[in-house]
Design a protein around this ligand. Structure first.
Ligand code: TYD
Length: 144
């Protein structure tokens, strides 16, 4: 199972840090939507779905959380705790986000606008869907 993490370029100087993300340069797709989660209650697990076509990059821009990825055969847990790291999540990955610190802000860059019909929320349906895929390899990034 290939899990791809991006390490973005921080532009740091004596004033502090700045990370800039541009589509097709730092992010391997056109960014059509950005959303973020914060004030996540203790013990909450979000996600529990895959997508038919949506690609995402997850960046925990403050605090920390964990992402459990599942390709239908293997599972991998990726901690996100650096504002300059992004986790690539292909459409055909079942994802769960959990263990949010109280100050966590999880930002998601998405390749498509919100479309409920793109969601696969049933795990058995996901297993049927994902059987037709091999691992997706993004253009850049570190394979974990
Ligand atoms: P939900 O799908 O439950 O989030 P997750 O599965 O990632 O934990 O989304 C929560 C609510 O927000 C739900 O009412 C749909 C809405 N929503 C939007 O309106 N636009 C979006 O881009 C997203 C991701 C969610």
């Amino acid at each position: 199972m290939q899990v791809i993490k991006y390490v973005f370029q921080p532009h740091g100087d004596e004033r502090g840090q700045l990370v800039a993300l541009e589509e097709f340069k730092d992010i391997p797709f056109k960014i059509k939507r950005v959303y973020y989660m914060y004030d996540t209650a203790e013990g909450v697990i979000r996600g529990y779905h895959a997508h038919k076509s949506l690609e995402q990059i997850l960046v925990c821009i403050h605090g920390s959380c964990k992402i459990r990825l599942d390709n239908g055969v293997e599972k991998k847990i990726v901690p996100l705790e650096k504002p300059y790291e992004g986790l690539y999540v292909a459409n055909n990955m079942w994802r769960e986000m959990y263990d949010f610190s109280v100050d966590a802000v999880l930002m998601v860059l998405a390749s498509e606008i919100y479309d409920e019909t793109d969601y696969i929320r049933n795990y058995d349906e996901f297993l049927k869907f994902t059987k037709n895929f091999s691992d997706t390899v993004a253009a850049q990034g570190i394979i974990l």
